[in-house]
Design a protein around this ligand. Sequence first.
Ligand code: SAH
Ligand code: SF4
Ligand code: F3S
Length: 439
Amino acid sequence: MAEPKKLFIKTYGCQMNVYDSERMAEALGASGYVTTQSADDADMILLNTCHIREKAAEKVYSELGRFKALKAANPDLKIGVAGCVAQAEGAEIMRRQPLVDLVVGPQTYHRLPAMEAAVRAGGRAVDTDFPEEDKFDHLPKGPRAMRGPSAFLTVQEGCDKFCAFCVVPYTRGAEVSRPVARVLAEAEDLVARGVREITLLGQNVNAYHGDGVGGVWGLARLIRELARIEGLKRIRFTTSHPNDMEDDLIAAHGDEPKLMPYLHLPVQSGSDRILKAMNRKHTAADYLRVIDRLRAARPDLLLSGDFIVGFPGETEADFQDTLALVRAVGYGQAYSFKYSARPGTPAAERAGVSDDVASDRLARLQALLAEQQREIPEAMDGREVSVLLENPGRMGGQLVGKSEYLEAGHGTDPRAQLGDIGRVRIVESGPNSLAGVLV
Ligand code: SAH
Ligand code: SF4
Ligand code: F3S
């Protein structure tokens, strides 16, 4: 048998890219590739890229430059660019960077084996179509690369919301949901391979509307059906849009014990004027009402969010509205960004806020968010949380994992195994980790 070729994949961006990287590795597995952790000994390097903000794309170009020496040392090395930068500027990548052999968009990576064969034959290949066929139906059936008891599962992809700042509707295409039966089959397969926690992924996952028995199913119904899989212990989903938080999904947070009490629900801004300019189609009050209903269903729900500061036209008063919203909600975790103009989006045409002002607002927002995040673990000392044990720790006998709230936790117990959910009594907690004893 020929020695397997080695594939190195570097992943940028959101969890969906992490999932896609695994699937690309499987697709190329059928062409005789095994993955490697180092670019140095690879026969193929794939960068799975993100286009959400300026720096994300720039990183890709500088990373590509660094592969020049590797390619000089190994002329058989093939270099590919996948993901959202590939989709947005595939032709430009080919022009700007002659090192690149292959460009593949997020919707065509099931065609990677044919593309790989073409570049091995000495050509260059670009495929950034939005094909009719569903890539998930056409991926070669290889063994799923397994990385422990927690897994991602894409159930919905693309976005029709067209927020004025965002490239996702252009790089991922229109919103599409996978059929219920496919999702269930994939979940059952994952659980049979030892997965205990599944995070359902979609750019707008709570807009899920997949064909199922008796008609179209929403996300809540899908979650309830998944919860019936015995070996599956935890269900999460991300990312959601406030306008798609429907009644049954809110209710599921209260009555579905496998659904974890952690929700990422981005709002972007607390100013109605800016929300309107962003084309978010909801107000700050709409968002707060959704949060109230969620907390009524699940009082210990931990909220996470995304914020953009310095959106074109944002005044100090608008920014104060964002701070007020953050105070009203109390986030356990949050991501915040300076607005970055993305080519082709409506907001890119508008005059921006100066970088100094945006940086200052970002610092003030992050200080407030950091304060809120500290409050939660402190409140936890001496309490018990459940930790899904996912990996061996650095210390002998130690197992590490995540709590219901996604904090890193660790403990030691000779009887505990990976994939178990251990009760950990907190003996020490920091903003992002819990140290405990397994009880
Ligand atoms: N689908 C999700 C998130 C998509 S992108 C949602 O609807 O909320 C992840 C986050 O990146 C966004 O929530 C937003 O806060 C940020 N983001 C997207 N475009 C951006 C831009 N042009 N500049 C700065 N941040 C941006
Ligand atoms: Fe982007 Fe808005 Fe769609 Fe989220 S809802 S992916 S921010 S366009
Ligand atoms: Fe980035 Fe594409 Fe995800 S732009 S955030 S990798 S959908």
